[in-house]
Design a protein around this ligand. Structure first.
Ligand SMILES: NC(=O)c1ccc[n+]([C@@H]2O[C@H](COP(=O)([O-])OP(=O)(O)OC[C@H]3O[C@@H](n4cnc5c(N)ncnc54)[C@H](O)[C@@H]3O)[C@@H](O)[C@H]2O)c1
Ligand SMILES: O=c1ccn([C@@H]2O[C@H](COP(=O)(O)OP(=O)(O)O[C@H]3O[C@H](CO)[C@@H](O)[C@H](O)[C@H]3O)[C@@H](O)[C@H]2O)c(=O)[nH]1
Length: 334
C-alpha cells in the first residue's frame, strides 16, 4: 500500500516508516519539520508541507495517490499545552479537520490516528480499558479526544474506516541505531534523565513526589517505539477487515514510576543521576497504565521489547549515536 504518513519526520512517525518499508509498503511523509528532522526521512519521499495548508495537502494527495493515511502530525507536549492551549487546538484540531477534508475530497477513506492515553484524564483505576470514560485534564488530551470525535463522525458520514491508537508513553530508540528521539527542547522524562546521567544538564527535576502512588512520583506505561511502529503497520493492514471507528490502547500493561526510571537509568548506565525534587507539573495524572488486551485480540499485537532496561539502553545508545541530529553537540561530562 502507498501510505501518507503525516508527521513521518518525527519520533514515532520515522520508526513507523521504517517498519512500513520493511513490510512491503511505501510511506510518503508529509511534514512541516517543526519538530521533525529531514534526516529521519529515509524510507520514502518527503513532502514538506503544513496540515493547515489545504493546497499543500491537495498536491500531496494528487501526486502520490495514497491508499491510506497514518496521521501522527501534531503538537504533543502535555506541559506546553497548558501554557499555550490555542497552539494545540489550532494545530491538532484544525490540522486534523483539514486533513480529513482533503482525504474525503480525494476519496481516501482509511486512516490511523495517533491518539493518547491523555484522553482518559485521571482514570478511576488502572489498568485502563478502552471503554472507560474519557475526560482529559489538559488541553493536549482534549485535542486528541476532539480528533477521535471528528474521526468517529467522519467514519459514519463518509464511509471512512479509522483506528485511533491510544498510546501510552513512547520511549527508546531503533534497535539498529538508525533513528531515535530528538526533540529541541527535550521535555520527555527518559531522555532528560539520561542527559542528567551524562552531565549535559545539571540535574533531573522530578515533577511531584506527593502523588497517591507507591513512591509518590507519577506512574506511566513506557512502550518501546519499535513496538509502537509494529502496531501501526498491523493497524493499517487491519483496516481492510475492520469497518467504522475503532479505538485501541497500546501499552505494555506495566507501570513504572519516575523514581523507578531514575534508578533503572543509574543501573543501566552505571552513572549517578543528579535529582531535584520539584513541584507537580500542571496537567499530569498520577498513574496511566494500559490494558492492551484489545490490541492483542484485534491486531495480534503484543510488545516484544517491554523490558524497561531494553528501552533505556536503546535510548542511551542513541544519545551517543553520530546520527543523532542534535545530540552530537552536547557535552559528555562523564
Ligand atoms: N511521544 C509519545 O509518548 C506519544 C504518546 C501518545 C501519543 N503521541 C502522539 O503521537 C504523534 C507523534 O508523536 P511524536 O512523539 O513522534 O512527536 P514528534 O514531535 O516527534 O513528531 C510530530 C511530527 O509532526 C510534524 N508536525 C507537527 N505539526 C505539523 C503540521 N501542522 N503539519 C505538518 N507536520 C507537522 C512535526 O514536524 C514532527 O515531525 C503525535 O500525534 C502525538 O500526539 C505521542
Ligand atoms: O523533567 C521531567 C519530565 C517529566 N517528568 C514526569 O515524567 C512523567 C512522564 O512525562 P513525559 O515524558 O513528559 O511524558 P507525558 O507527559 O506522559 O506525555 C507523553 O506521553 C503522553 C501519554 O502519556 C503522550 O500523549 C504525550 O504526547 C507524550 O509527550 C510525568 O509524570 C512527568 O511529570 C518529570 O518528573 N520531570
Amino acid at each position: 500500500m502507498r501510505i501518507l504518513v503525516t508527521g513521518g519526520a518525527g519520533y514515532i512517525g520515522s520508526h513507523t516508516c521504517k517498519r512500513l518499508k520493511a513490510c512491503g509498503h511505501d510511506p510518503i511523509v508529509f511534514d512541516n519539520l517543526s519538530t521533525g528532522h529531514r534526516s529521519f526521512v529515509r524510507f520514502g519521499p518527503l513532502v514538506e508541507g503544513d496540515l493547515n495548508d489545504r493546497a499543500a495537502l491537495d498536491r500531496a494527495f494528487a501526486e502520490h495517490r495514497p491508499d491510506a493515511i497514518i496521521h501522527f502530525a501534531a503538537s504533543a507536549y502535555v506541559g506546553e499545552s497548558v501554557q499555550d492551549p490555542l497552539k494545540y487546538y489550532r494545530n491538532n484540531v484544525g490540522g486534523t479537520c483539514n486533513l480529513l477534508t482533503a482525504a474525503v475530497a480525494h476519496g481516501v477513506r482509511d486512516i490511523i490516528f495517533s491518539s493518547s492515553c491523555a484522553t482518559y484524564g485521571t482514570p478511576a483505576s488502572v489498568p485502563i480499558v478502552e471503554t472507560m470514560p474519557q475526560a482529559p485534564i489538559n488541553p493536549y488530551g482534549d485535542t486528541k479526544l476532539v480528533g477521535e470525535s471528528m474521526l468517529r463522525a467522519a467514519t459514519a458520514a463518509y464511509g471512512m474506516r479509522c483506528i485511533a491508537l491510544r498510546y501510552f508513553n513512547a520511549a527508546g530508540a531503533d534497535l539498529d541505531g538508525e533513528l531515535g528521539e530528538a526533540h529541541d527542547p527535550e521535555t520527555h522524562a527518559i531522555p532528560l534523565i539520561l542527559a542528567a546521567a551524562r552531565g549535559t544538564i545539571p540535574a533531573f527535576s522530578v515533577f511531584g513526589t506527593d502523588y497517591a502512588t507507591p513512591d509518590g512520583s507519577c506512574v506511566r506505561d513506557f512502550l518501546h517505539v519499535a513496538d509502537l511502529a509494529d502496531a501501526h503497520v498491523r493497524a493499517v493492514e487491519a483496516l481492510q477487515r475492520l469497518d467504522g471507528f475503532t479505538a485501541i490502547n497500546l501499552g505494555t500493561g506495566t507501570g513504572h514510576s519516575v523514581l523507578e526510571l531514575i534508578a533503572t537509568v543509574e543501573r543501566v548506565t552505571e552513572r549517578r543521576v543528579p535529582v531535584v525534587r520539584g513541584p507537580r507539573r500542571s496537567g499530569d495524572p498520577a498513574a496511566l497504565v494500559a490494558d492492551a488486551t484489545l490490541a492483542a485480540d484485534l491486531l495480534g499485537w503484543s510488545p516484544r521489547h517491554a523490558a524497561l532496561d531494553t528501552i533505556i539502553r536503546s535510548a542511551w545508545d542513541w544519545m551517543h549515536n553520530p546520527l543523532h541530529p542534535l545530540g552530537n553537540g552536547t557535552r559528555d561530562a562523564g
